[in-house]
Design a protein around this ligand. Structure first.
Ligand code: SF4
Ligand code: SF4
Length: 423
């Protein structure tokens, strides 16, 4: 790791606590990632990014800020990056995926809050993540109750804009979301001092669509019989996509996809023939939450797809690029984002349809439906998801977990039994 101590100090970070975090990450990464065999060469880029995860990209963001650009921190795949980019702003994801940050969150939030929210709040308040220090403005959303209340606490510490999400997807709700996007655009324009024009918004839509297409190519490769990349590696690409420059993300992902397509043509796989194929559905897996992928892929199975926000929900469906006026473009953006199926909506039958479709497309042997502890939305929807899968004759295992390792052995036992049951 290069020495970024001065930068972290200038960001007002707690250097001692941060050192403790930096000390555990390389071991965890080594155990989960570097221990794998026959990884695609293209993963070298993501290994490099992770090795300096609190250095390289934060330094780039600070440079951009010096040139007058504003950085917006987001927590949900419904917040449209296009609007920020059209105003020459930068987006960085802020969801926390480490147990390291959870106790900090528990100082101000009920213990019975999902670990993702606790980790995100802890990372900010304990001053141990540069991304949380760099963002000039946070953008929250009214998706789940835990987040809504967390914004009130975070908002005391940092400028915050909250997007009011509809709870249903009727035509009037999509229209409401369109209005909310326009209101967000107005805030972004004011904050950056840059006006959004149809040309700039058109360019931004194209940039994000290209990133989505590249990520879709990566996933397409995972449909192959000889699986050219592990689920762990694909998850890492997705997790970093929330932080990286979108043009570079598309470029590097396309390069990786080239290699994967060549591997498919050459019959190269990272798993032995006959390895059971698993679709993971459920709650998001923010970096560095690699826990379930690691357990599954060291228990004789392969994760070939993630139906979650660090998976297909992030890149499926494009924004229509044929619109030329701001009015039409905002409507097109609203349409695309309302196509994302999160459990915060009711009814949410689209998500069950997605899972059944993905199970078929990725030719999976079974589905593991995962819930982050205390996420009432996905937990409740798990009933409907599991019933639909059973009705379709697709084996399913429902799991609940958090960021600790306390349940790792118990999870391993259940997952091994599930994989064995798949035959
Ligand atoms: S699970 Fe729902 S609330 Fe969470 S990031 Fe995804 S869309 Fe947003
Ligand atoms: S996992 Fe559930 S409780 Fe946690 S932030 Fe997402 S929707 Fe909210």
């Amino acid at each position: 790791m290069a020495n970024y101590a001065e930068m972290w100090k200038d960001l007002g970070m707690d250097l001692e606590a941060h050192d403790a975090l930096c000390a555990v990450l390389p071991t965890a990464f080594g155990d989960v990632y570097l221990s794998q065999e026959n990884r695609p060469e293209g993963m070298g880029f993501w290994d490099m990014v992770v090795a300096d995860i609190h250095g390289i990209r934060p330094a780039e963001l600070i440079e951009a800020q010096k040139k007058g650009q504003k950085v917006f921190g987001t927590f949900c795949v419904y917040v449209p990056d296009e609007v920020v980019i059209a105003a020459d702003g930068i987006v960085t994801g802020l969801c926390g995926g480490s147990q390291f940050w959870v106790p900090g969150g528990e100082k101000v939030l009920p213990k019975s809050t999902c670990p993702l929210i606790k980790a995100s709040v802890g990372a900010r308040l304990e001053r141990t993540c540069p991304f949380f220090r760099i963002a000039d403005m946070y953008v929250g959303e009214t998706t789940c109750d835990g987040k809504k209340k967390a914004w009130e606490i975070l908002g005391q510490d940092v400028p915050m804009h909250i997007m009011d999400m509809p709870q249903m997807k009727r035509p009037q709700d999509v229209k409401k979301w369109e209005d909310e996007i326009k209101a967000f655009a107005h805030v972004v324009e004011e904050f950056t001092g840059n006006q959004i024009t149809p040309e700039k918004l058109g360019d931004a839509i194209h940039i994000i669509n290209e990133k989505r297409k590249a990520l879709a190519r990566l996933y397409e490769a995972r449909k192959a019989k000889n699986i050219p990349i592990s689920g762990r590696d694909a998850l890492l690409v997705m997790q970093i996509a929330f932080f990286d420059d979108p043009v570079r993300c598309a470029q590097m992902t396309n390069k990786l996809a080239d290699e994967l397509e060549q591997r498919i043509a050459d019959g190269v796989s990272v798993f032995p023939a006959g390895t059971k194929r698993i679709l993971l559905s459920g709650t998001p897996m923010a970096i560095p939450n690699w826990k379930l992928h690691q357990i599954i892929e060291t228990s004789g199975a392969a994760v070939v797809c993630e139906e979650n926000c660090t998976g297909t929900r992030y890149f499926e469906n494009l924004v229509d690029e044929t619109k030329n006026t701001l009015e039409e473009q905002y409507a097109a953006i609203a349409q695309r984002y309302m196509g994302v199926n999160c459990a915060c909506f009711t009814p949410n039958t689209g998500r069950v349809d997605d899972i059944l479709r993905l199970a078929k497309e990725y030719d999976v042997d079974g589905v593991i439906d995962v819930n982050l502890k205390f996420c009432c939305l996905y937990d409740t929807e798990g009933y409907t998801v599991e019933k639909a899968l059973k009705d379709a004759g697709i084996p399913v295992l429902g799991l609940e977990t958090d960021y600790t390792d306390a349940d790792a052995e118990q999870l391993r036992t259940r997952i091994q039994a599930f994989v064995e049951m798949l035959g």
